[in-house]
Design a protein around this ligand. Structure first.
Ligand code: ADP
Length: 271
């Protein structure tokens, strides 16, 4: 059985020696990463380091050219209801209300759920993201921040154990971005069992503030995983105290140095 190798000690998400290439152009090289169930991991790296590609591989939207990815011991062979994805563009249907957008996604993921249950889930998750009063509004009646809240509610309402997020707050202003970061952490901590979150960002501060751990991808050095960095700061993490802490500054510096070294080594090998 192809899954047998994963059956021991592989409770969460296992990325095992994964490579990927677009038209023979390597995008990821031999990435191995284990994400325990319930962990919040940030995938951090500069533009072009393959973060989105790795997320798409986990989502099952692409297949690795080498290696395997498994969730709870079962190899990922395509999209599945155990993994919900949030992209940067809110991708809500403009002709449906926020509530109908969420209910429709629930209907696709869980065709066995009745209409009443779908609408109840939609209302529940919209109110959890602060959109209880905007459930009947259409996307164009909502601000960008509110649309992204609705997109998050839609992903949470699927109640998938794995949440994959690709720069979901990249288009938001700093105030809304901060609010949605905190809202996401609250939703994650409030879920039982706790979801496993893989969060793509190119923002070092965001990666550290949100993550239990940061997986650092390089754009040079053969597009490899450069480092796995634990973020041992306790939660809750009050924003001001977190960013003022010596631990945060040290981690930030460490990551910046590694990214600089990656760029320099890339320049050296290109010449
Ligand atoms: P990141 O998310 O870190 O910015 P991506 O995973 O989006 O990186 O892209 C990694 C590399 O793969 C980039 O060099 C990009 O140009 C290339 N790439 C991404 N998508 C495609 C595609 N559909 N076809 C060809 N190349 C692609």
């Amino acid at each position: 059985m192809s899954c047998a190798a994963y059956s021991s000690g592989a409770g969460g998400l296992r990325i095992d020696d994964v490579s990927f290439a677009y038209n023979e152009e390597p995008v990821l090289r031999r990435v191995t990463l284990d994400v325990p169930e319930g962990q919040f991991i940030s995938l951090l790296g500069p533009s072009g380091s393959g973060k989105s590609t790795l997320l798409r591989l986990i989502a099952g939207l692409e297949r690795p050219t080498r290696g395997r990815i498994a969730w709870k011991g079962v190899e990922i062979a395509g999209p599945g209801i155990d993994r919900a994805v949030v992209f940067q563009n809110y991708s809500l249907f403009p002709w449906f209300t926020a509530q109908a957008n969420v209910a429709l996604a629930v209907a696709k993921a869980h065709p066995d759920f009745g209409r009443a249950r779908r609408l109840e889930l939609a209302r529940d998750y919209l109110s959890r993201v602060g959109l209880g009063n905007a459930a009947e509004k259409y996307p164009l009646q909502l601000s960008g921040g509110m649309q992204q809240r609705a997109a998050i509610a839609r992903a949470l309402a699927l109640e998938a154990p794995v949440l994959l997020m690709d720069e979901p707050f990249g288009a938001l202003d700093p105030v809304n971005r901060g609010k949605l970061q905190d809202l996401l952490i609250d939703a994650w901590k409030g879920s039982s069992p706790r979801r496993t979150i893989v969060f793509v960002t190119h923002d070092i501060d965001e990666a550290l503030y949100l993550g239990d751990r940061v997986a650092l991808l390089g754009a040079s050095q053969g597009k490899r995983l450069l480092a796995e960095i634990d973020v041992p700061l306790a939660r809750p993490r009050p924003r001001a105290a977190f960013f003022a802490s010596a631990e945060f500054r040290e981690l930030r510096e460490n990551i910046a140095e590694r990214l600089d070294a990656d760029v320099i080594s890339g320049l050296a090998t290109n010449h």
